[in-house]
Design a protein. Structure first.
Length: 323
């Protein structure tokens, strides 16, 4: 019996050792293999995002959608006929050409070294910082995935009409909690949305007038009169945070408490006592508190099911797997 116990301890120690030696993300992963990589990304972002600040919101959304499907492996960037780009939540994503240009600059400096997954993660952080938003640490060492599946994207990415139960389940599936849900939803403080993402709240509700009763009536009337005049308007874009869409601030949460969250998923955050308490906590603290907490959740999201070591590959072009 004693011998068996000793053997068990040895096996556990061996497993712990193997687990500890598995490659992990780390700060300055490319310090030796491509020391200028992060500066190349940062400089390009600083030069171009001021001319297109709305791309900051696009990159947060793209990074978010990527990480929720097979982890943060840049699978959303692949041009595949049945790939993630074709999923309903991803059909309005933009900025792919921006990523391709950054990738080409990094490849010219260090061919086959820096992953598209790391480039997307760095671009997201740097673009938010460039428009005056929070900074967060981006440990690197991600590898690129080789599979992109439209069905997985359609079922795993939270949608604008989801209720709290669905949102909580989809976030929990990725190791994220209610606090992360509230904080990451705060990214809606910047950016635009297309009418079909919320027009159901204006025209298809069973309530009188067809308007969702959880949406402020004055706000709804303004949207119907001046923005989404028809429910199927696919061209008009609407600010998710009216009057503050290029400023990373707390006004998104203030609007939620006034029933002026644009999406059903926004309103859902006020229907749960835990998430509502978190919203009120953010509003009762200085902006820097939100920045610090948002940074933690972004770094946490950026670690979802990452591929490291010999997993996946380092794509030569972000839109295609290596031949």
């Amino acid at each position: 019996m004693a011998g068996t116990g000793l053997l068990g301890i040895i096996v556990l120690c061996l497993l712990a050792f193997i687990g500890s030696t598995h490659p992990q993300l780390q700060m300055n992963f490319y310090a030796k293999s491509c020391p200028k990589a992060e500066k190349i990304v940062r400089d390009y972002v600083k030069d171009h995002i001021p001319n297109a600040p709305s791309l900051a919101a696009s990159f947060i959304r793209m990074h978010f959608h990527d990480c929720f499907v097979r982890g943060c492996d840049a699978s959303v960037l692949l041009n595949v006929s049945s790939g993630e780009k074709n999923a309903v939540p991803n059909q309005t994503l933009r900025g792919f050409d921006f990523i391709d240009r950054v990738k080409s600059l990094v490849e010219a400096e260090c061919p086959g070294v820096v992953s598209c997954a790391d480039i997307l993660t760095l671009i997201t952080r740097d673009s938010v910082v460039t428009i005056g938003g929070p900074f967060w640490k981006v440990p690197t060492g991600r590898r690129d995935g080789v599979i992109s599946n439209v069905t997985e994207a359609n079922t795993r990415i939270p949608g604008p009409f989801d209720n709290f139960t669905t949102l909580h389940r989809l976030f929990s599936n990725q190791g994220l909690d209610t606090k992360d849900l509230v904080l990451l939803s705060g990214a809606h403080t910047i950016g635009l949305a297309h009418c079909p993402a919320f027009s159901r709240r204006l025209y298809n509700s069973t309530a009188p007038g067809g308007v969702d009763p959880t949406l402020d009536s004055e706000y709804a009337a303004n949207l119907k009169a001046n923005k989404c005049k028809t429910p199927n308007d696919n061209t008009t874009k609407v600010e998710m945070d009216p009057g503050s869409r290029n400023t990373f601030d707390l006004s998104y949460y203030t609007l939620l408490t006034k029933r002026r969250g644009l999406f059903q998923s926004d309103a859902a955050l006020t229907r749960n006592s835990t998430s509502l308490a978190l919203i009120n906590q953010l509003l009762s603290n200085p902006l820097k508190f939100f920045y610090a907490e948002f940074a933690k959740s972004m770094e946490k999201m950026g670690r979802i099911n990452v591929k490291t070591g010999s997993e996946g590959e380092i794509r030569k072009q972000c839109a295609f797997v290596n031949s």
